[in-house]
Design a protein around this ligand. Structure first.
Ligand SMILES: Nc1ncnc2c1ncn2[C@@H]1O[C@H](COP(=O)(O)OP(=O)(O)OP(=O)(O)O)[C@@H](O)[C@H]1O
Length: 364
């Protein structure tokens, strides 16, 4: 029970000591579907999803609007129930728990929202204090806890202000402090930065990263913004019309030019380093060469092969792409146009493929 903790005065302790082993499964979706009765018939918002989130990781779920992300995340804290399949969270089958049994589990799961959901009639400190009161913290311990949480999100100076006096980024940092109040082990972030501009987005993402790294809190972030995934997530699931169409380590998703047909349209649109259909058409207006996308996982090897193009009787032009960074490494995808004798180009593509994954792009 959260209220039985006795915070030591003056010691920054915004998180609960991590109780489980890092890497153990904390959220398991097993063949989960959720069907709604829509106006035009049944809508399968989540369609046979199986995935596991491990303790200590940042797991991103990305997809276009309507892909089923909100429905999925709401099943983690029991706000939504599956039509079939099971959702197990921190060892409890949340999909089958009564409201009464859900309550103690929910104190172990914090949530931040796109629109912050702060109480406008209460101060910043009041908002965080309210969350502690709701979680059953004794009043004598709340003041120190509020202070350490506001210190953690860098808002000690704003304690007495009201939400309307804060910027969007500051409001979301209060939202994070409130979500952390009862020392959750899991934090659910539902489009946490979608209402923010790019500079405040990075401010909020850096707080979320600290929540994960310094407090050991497992984070599930749903978003339609690739930037969020790139910057904080370790693993990602791509959702499309209710289904997980691709999942894995973020670096692999970004650095691999090959995607399932279903994931390709989302990934290509979201990653600016891949030419979309319009850009390919523009590239085609100025070059007749064979277009291939090559992963720069091993950038040195790819450069060496490109440098030897002349010796193969092939000339190349880089028509799209470059390097970018994920949370812990850099990656890149280049699109090159190759011209020369078809057999020479064919041999050259084989060499490129040995240096990095290669995919043909819109070749006729
Ligand atoms: N309560 C509901 N009743 C009927 N249909 C619903 C309900 N909730 C969601 N849906 C439908 O389920 C599908 C998935 O919705 P969901 O909100 O989970 O997607 P999302 O990826 O989170 O999109 P968004 O970012 O727009 O919320 C949509 O077609 C939506 O209209």
């Amino acid at each position: 029970m959260a209220g039985s903790h006795t915070p030591e005065q003056g010691q920054a302790r915004p998180g609960r000591p991590v109780e489980g082993a890092p890497g153990e499964p904390v959220i398991v979706f097993d063949h989960v579907s959720r069907v709604f009765d829509g106006r035009d018939g049944a809508v399968k918002a989540v369609d046979d999803v199986s995935l596991t989130v491990n303790r200590g990781e940042v797991f991103g779920v990305i997809g276009f609007s309507g892909a089923g992300k909100s429905t999925l995340i709401r099943m983690i804290n029991g706000l939504e129930k599956p039509t079939s399949g099971t959702v197990t969270v921190l060892g409890e089958q949340v999909s089958h728990l009564s409201e009464a049994k859900l309550r103690p589990l929910r104190t172990r799961i914090g949530m931040v929202f796109q629109q912050f959901n702060l109480m406008h009639s209460r101060t910043v400190a009041g908002n965080v204090n309210y969350a502690l009161a709701t979680a059953g913290w004794p009043s004598g311990q709340r003041k120190a806890r509020v202070a350490e949480l506001l210190d953690f999100v860098g808002l000690s100076a704003k304690a007495k202000q009201y939400p309307e006096q804060l910027s969007g980024g500051q409001k979301q940092r209060v939202g994070i402090a409130r979500a952390l109040a009862a020392e959750p082990e899991i934090l659910l972030a539902d489009e946490a930065t979608s209402a923010l501009d790019p500079s405040t987005t990075s401010e909020v993402l850096s707080v979320l990263r600290r929540v994960n790294e310094e407090l050991g809190v497992t984070i599930v972030a749903i978003t339609h913004e690739m930037e969020v995934i790139r910057s904080i997530a370790d693993r990602v699931a791509v959702m499309d019309t209710g289904r997980v169409v691709e999942s894995g380590r973020v670096y692999d998703l970004f650095s691999n030019p090959k995607h399932s047909d279903e994931a390709a349209s989302f990934v290509t649109t979201a990653l600016k380093d891949r030419p979309n259909a319009e850009e390919i058409a523009r590239i085609r207006e100025r070059t007749d060469g064979r277009l291939v996308m090559v992963s720069l996982k091993d950038a040195a090897a790819v450069s060496a092969v490109l440098g030897s193009a002349g010796a193969h009787g092939v000339s190349f032009e880089i028509v799209h792409g470059g390097m970018s960074a994920t949370k812990d490494s850099s990656y890149g995808v280049l699109t090159v146009s190759l011209t020369g004798e078809p057999t020479a180009v064919e041999g050259f593509v084989r060499e490129l493929a040995a240096a990095g994954a290669v995919q043909e792009v819109g070749n006729r």
